[in-house]
Structure formats: structure tokens, C-alpha cells
Design a protein around this ligand. Structure first.
Ligand code: ADP
Length: 186
């Protein structure tokens, strides 16, 4: 299965994607993590990407797509994958669909993690990560609303969008809901 996760930072995607990856036996790819690894390598593309990430901006589409699509072609991703962080915008989703189509492939499922802003702020404050200053959090949320929300409409129109409420119940409760959705589409 090829699954895309969509949700604001702190919505529980990390926890749930680990559980999903284990159940489905496919890799979980987080573009944030992939980019941080590339940055740490201090290659030319890594240094460029770091300049955007430090400012809380998205890296250019061409850059993330080049890095990610290469990864998606690896044998590890043959049986599917769980993507977290890409696509982030409608143009990225369009590019991704075209790329999949060229390979005779398509997405199985898009999972939206919905959670109230109150819970999000609480969770992000608890995490206290260095790059999670208040201003950065605000920026990332604004970015999510501006760019990512239209993505939901995009996938809804294609009939593959499913929503889970990430702030309701325990991690196990949320996962049980996700398992149901997966069973219904497979
Ligand atoms: P995490 O939640 O693990 O910190 P994010 O998904 O927020 O990861 O990504 C961290 C940073 O990486 C973003 O602020 C952005 O600069 C860059 N990034 C991640 N995914 C994308 C993407 N699809 N398009 C552009 N930039 C991205």
C-alpha cells in the first residue's frame, strides 16, 4: 500500500506511522527526517536545504522531489510506503500523481490527522524541540493552513481521503480506527 499522511505538526502522525509501518511491513518515510539527514551530510544540496529549513520555510519542490523520488524507487519501497510530510502542497500532489502515473502506480489511501489547535499547542510545547520556538510553531501552523489544507480538498475530490481524529482517545484507540480504514480499502 502507498499511503500519504496529512496533518499539522503534533497531530500524532509520528506515533501512528510507526505502528502502521510495523503492521503493513512497509517503510515509513518522513521528509523532515530525510531532509535533516541530507543537511547533516553537508553536501551541496544539504547546505542549500538547511537555509530554508532554518527559516521554517519549505524547501523548493524540485529539491524535495529529487531527493524523495529517488528513495521511492529503492527496493525497500517496492511493496509500498507510508509518506509523512510530502506532498505538502497541491502542486507537489499534482507532480506526485503524474510521477506515479508514469510508473503505472497510484496512491492507495490518504489519511488526514485532524486535531484541535489547543491540543496541538499543548503537545508541541511539551516536546520542546530546539527548532520548535513559538514563532516557528506559529509559522508552521500558518503554512499548514495556507498550503496543506487545500491538499485535503484535492484528495477528497479523488475519493481517497480518510480522516482520523488524532486528539481523541489513546494512541491505541486512534490506531484501531486506522486499522479499520486500511481494511476497508485493501
Ligand atoms: P518534522 O515534523 O519531522 O520536523 P517537517 O515535515 O515539519 O518535519 O519538515 C521539517 C522541514 O523540512 C520543513 O519545515 C521544511 O523546511 C522541510 N520539508 C519537509 N517536507 C517538505 C516538503 N514536502 N516540501 C518542502 N519542504 C519540506
Amino acid at each position: 500500500m502507498r499511503i500519504v499522511l496529512i496533518g499539522p505538526p503534533g497531530a500524532g502522525k509520528g506515533t501512528q506511522s510507526a505502528l502502521m509501518a510495523k503492521k503493513l511491513q512497509v517503510p515509513h518515510l518522513s521528509t523532515g527526517e530525510i531532509l535533516r539527514t541530507v543537511c547533516a551530510e553537508k553536501s551541496e544540496v544539504g547546505l542549500q536545504a538547511a537555509q530554508y529549513m532554518e527559516r521554517g520555510q519549505l524547501v523548493p519542490d524540485g529539491m524535495i522531489q529529487e531527493i524523495l523520488f529517488k528513495e521511492l524507487c529503492s527496493p525497500a519501497c517496492e511493496a509500498g510506503y507510508i509518506l509523512d510530510g510530502f506532498p505538502r502542497t497541491v502542486p507537489q500532489a499534482e507532480e506526485f500523481d503524474a510521477w506515479l502515473e508514469r510508473r503505472g502506480s497510484s496512491l492507495s489511501l490518504v489519511l488526514e490527522f485532524r486535531v484541535t489547535e489547543e491540543i496541538l499547542l499543548e503537545r508541541l510545547a511539551d516536546r520542546g524541540r530546539v527548532d520548535d520556538g513559538r514563532e516557528i510553531i506559529r509559522k508552521r501552523m500558518q503554512q499548514y493552513d495556507d498550503l496543506t489544507h487545500p491538499l485535503l480538498e484535492y484528495y477528497k475530490d479523488r475519493g481517497i481521503l480518510h480522516t482520523v481524529h488524532g486528539g481523541v482517545g489513546s494512541a491505541e484507540d486512534v490506531f484501531a480506527k486506522i486499522e479499520q480504514i486500511i481494511e476497508n480499502v485493501s
